[in-house]
Design a protein around this ligand. Structure first.
Ligand code: FAD
Ligand code: PYC
Length: 416
């Protein structure tokens, strides 16, 4: 093994990144593109990638006000599952799951997709009835799922308190073996590198400040680096979607809330699956580094602060310790918040808008990370053909007029 003196260590630490190849270019914005994507999170980057790869549309800019994948994509707890109740949502999330299963190969980038299974716990008779109904619906849609009793849950997670002494004893769970977690940054970077290699311009530190709209049609965007023209604009800005819609002169049925997460100090491997409980309101998995990755429901108030309140942190940790008394002395290392945009039916919006040529992909609430590949794929098709992809069609904003809502509050992993 090579040994370094103290000086050598400092020298190597300082020079470490010198000759690394850049993963994508840093282009100067062109005056005009065929398609502009506003928002360089996972959904925006995936959309650009599929526009180029599937539809051959490469004159595309992704405009990001900060850095790529620095929004909710960087802030989420990376749970991927497809066990949604209604056919429309099941089709969307299972489409995504299938893309996840080949994503590292497709992007030639290891997104560390780990199908370690997800348990959604039931603590009451009504929970168990809902679980049974959802698993039945999943299986009818060809999605893997099982209903477990408390013993089945205990067999998978021996450290979970499944005793009758718990305040809300575990009665059972839904179990999706193909579900799991992935590496959030790698997903953004993998899509970014692949899109860039096909000619997509990734414009970081570029903020959209308004839209060029004439005669009811979009002609481009105003940015802090000048105006950029395009006849097709896709907005994929998660918690900022309402702000962008306001700039375009219409309202979306969205509320923006903080959603928090925490990670603990690293531990030896102790939890090899994902455990979620909507009832006691907490969920946890263990990252490959060893940290416990923990979260719960949204903070109840609306806002754009990427923080959140202490009350939620306290309740979340109470729930985790209640489920896992063994974690009671684990120290938390970090806490943060993202802004999630929630729809009244807890389903996303993938839709044309009152402005011709302008589309929105938003409203993923607490659960859009898992949807990144599927959402990007169907949104790209929608933009390329100016017509909703069949999987995207039920998620049009028209559903709030027609009443054809896709109510997925029950399947949303965390309350919103
Ligand atoms: P983002 O990654 O937020 O990207 C949007 C981008 O738009 C941002 O980078 C932002 O800077 C940019 N932007 C905004 N306004 C402008 C502008 N005017 N000009 C230019 N750029 C702009 N989902 C799951 O499926 N599983 C989970 O376990 C999970 N856990 C979560 C935990 C937390 C704490 C949070 C906050 C969210 C969680 N989610 C989870 C939800 C998930 O993170 C989001 O649904 C998903 O990341 C949204 O991706 P996006 O690409 O749409 O948004
Ligand atoms: O949608 O599965 C989910 C989820 C877990 C944590 C946040 N969202």
């Amino acid at each position: 093994m090579k040994r370094y003196s103290g000086f050598g260590l400092v020298k190597h630490a300082m020079s470490h990144h010198e000759n690394w190849e850049r993963q994508w270019r840093n282009p100067t914005p062109k005056k005009q593109y065929d398609v502009i994507i506003v928002g360089g999170g996972g959904h925006g980057l995936a959309t650009a990638y599929y526009l180029a790869k599937v539809h051959g549309i490469t004159n595309v800019a992704v405009i990001e006000k900060g850095w790529l994948g620095g929004g909710n994509t960087a802030r989420n707890t990376t749970i991927v599952r497809s066990n949604y109740l209604w056919d429309e949502a099941a089709a969307l999330f299972e489409h995504s799951m299938k893309l996840w299963e080949g994503l590292s190969q497709d992007l030639n980038y290891n997104v560390m997709f780990s199908q370690r299974g997800v348990l959604n716990l039931g603590h009451t008779l009504q929970d168990m009835r809902d679980i049974q109904r959802r698993v039945n619906a999943n299986r009818l849609n060809g999605i893997d799922g099982e209903v477990l009793d408390a013993k089945g849950v205990q067999d998978i997670v021996p450290i979970l308190d499944c005793s009758k002494n718990a305040r809300y004893p575990v009665m059972g769970a839904s179990w999706q073996p193909r579900a799991g977690v992935a590496r959030h940054d790698a997903v953004a970077w993998g899509y970014a590198r692949a899109a860039d290699s096909m000619g997509v311009d990734l414009l970081q530190n570029t903020e959209v400040t308004g839209f060029k709209i004439r005669d009811g049609r979009v002609h481009g965007v105003h940015t802090n680096r000048g105006d950029i023209e395009a006849k097709t604009v896709g907005c994929v800005a998660a918690g900022n979607s309402g702000v962008l819609a306001k700039m375009a002169g219409f309202k979306l049925p969205l509320e923006s809330h903080p959603l928090q997460a925490l990670v603990s100090e690293p531990l030896k491997p102790i939890l090899d699956t994902v455990v979620m409980s909507n009832h006691v309101h907490g969920y946890v998995s263990q990252s490959d580094k060893g940290d416990l990755v923990i979260g719960a429901g949204i903070d109840g108030y609306v806002g754009y602060g990427q923080r959140g309140s202490y009350t939620t942190i306290e309740h979340t940790l109470q729930a985790i310790v209640e489920m896992f008394p063994i974690f009671s002395r684990v120290r938390m290392n970090r806490q943060w918040g993202g802004i999630v945009d929630t729809c009244p039916d807890a389903s996303p919006i993938i839709s044309a808008t009152p402005v011709k040529g302008m589309f929105f992909n938003c409203g993923w609430g607490t659960g859009g990370f898992k949807a990144i590949p599927g959402s990007g794929h169907v949104f790209a098709a929608t933009l390329a053909k100016n017509e909703a992809h069949p999987i995207a069609a039920p998620f049009s904003i028209d559903r709030f007029n027609s009443g054809a809502l896709v109510d997925e509050h029950g399947a949303a992993g965390v309350a919103h």
